[in-house]
Design a binder for this molecule. Structure first.
Ligand code: HPA
Ligand code: ZN
Length: 323
């Protein structure tokens, strides 16, 4: 969406947790279908619980809501509902995160999770291209991450990369050095959440220990001049999620978000929506937030959108087609 009435800028969505597109209405619909008891009397009551004070307070609700996702069809419907919104927002390509451990721990087969998401991706392939990034939950053990990667091996042709998410502080990237090494050996592209709530040092660790090709969030990198110089030199992409950072109190308000400073420093930043059903909106809402809350110009918005495309894992030819 733009204020000028022109079509939305073509862009790629590189930081989106597909489970974070689970809207409150769908939570209730699936709870009824699968006879799952919810601790909320209504959609409004559930929405009222989206009053987060930090990352953990969000994750508690986020994982609890996922209990309604049970079948391959549920995952297909979830991803389909999201992919259907992409064309109207100018989103031409998606590299979506998913959290297999959050589902297998509830008895859902990883093949149903990946199968359902893949069904939706194939169904919408004429309108938007999409790939999957398997995330390890960093607040669970490295051994469990290894098991998860092993369980995903029959489906590797459907997965572009591996990521690292969930509670950051106290769970540094170095906890997962070995599983990332194995994932890279399998041809998967490594990315990781770092420097969202955790320190700039976790961004350095993600680069050194995990060999990440993109940093998710990375807003606290700006606190470390040597790290900024390194990220600028290497043009390492940082997938920034402004509305998420505000709603999880990682920044005190949109007007104080470090994105302008990051862009001015020469960092390769792009803007994404993280968990749009929880944080107040999809790609268009995040672009609107930086335009209205940070005064970004049309030129700056074009830079963000172009960065999102060039930072994707698409090949050069596909990138050129989207630019
Ligand atoms: N940070 C860490 N883990 C997550 C997030 C996030 O913003 N969203 C979903 N899982
Ligand atoms: Zn995220």
């Amino acid at each position: 969406m733009t204020t000028t009435g022109t079509p939305p800028l073509p862009k790629a969505e590189l930081h989106l947790h597909i489970e974070g597109t689970l809207e409150p209405e769908t939570v209730f619909e699936l709870a009824r279908r699968h006879d799952v008891a919810l601790p909320y009397a209504s959609v409004e009551e559930l929405r009222a619980a989206y009053d987060f004070t930090d990352l953990q307070s969000f994750l508690d609700v986020y994982y609890a809501n996922m209990a309604v996702l049970r079948t391959r069809d549920d995952f297909a419907a979830l991803a389909s509902a999201y992919l259907r919104t992409c064309p109207e927002q100018g989103v031409r390509h998606v590299e979506m995160f998913f959290d297999p451990q959050a589902h297998t721990a509830r008895g859902v087969a990883i093949g149903d999770v990946i199968g359902g998401l893949t069904d939706a991706i194939e169904h919408h392939a004429d309108d938007v291209s999409a790939g999957l990034i398997l995330c390890f939950l960093r607040d669970r053990s490295a051994a469990e991450a290894e098991e998860t990667l092993r369980a995903a091996e029959p489906y590797l042709d459907r997965i572009v990369g591996v990521g690292l998410d969930s509670a950051e502080v106290g769970h540094p990237p170095s906890k997962f050095t070995s599983v990332f090494e194995r994932a890279r050996g399998l041809g998967l592209k490594p990315v990781a959440h770092a420097g969202e709530e955790g320190p700039a040092g976790y961004v350095t660790e993600a680069l050194d220990e995990l060999g990440v090709l993109r940093v998710d969030h990375g807003i606290r990198a700006i606190e470390d001049d040597a790290l900024v110089a390194r990220l600028v030199r290497d043009r390492t992409p940082l997938t920034v999620c402004p509305l998420s950072n505000v709603r999880l109190a990682c920044v005190p308000g949109i007007g104080l978000h470090p994105l302008p400073e990051m862009l001015a420093a020469g960092l390769n930043v792009s803007v994404h929506s993280d968990d749009p059903a929880y944080f107040g909106g999809y790609a268009d809402a995040n672009y609107a937030a930086v335009r209205e809350g940070l005064g970004f110009t049309d030129d700056q918005l074009r830079t963000l959108a172009a960065n999102s495309i060039t930072s994707s894992f698409l090949d050069d030819e596909a990138v050129q087609r989207l630019l």
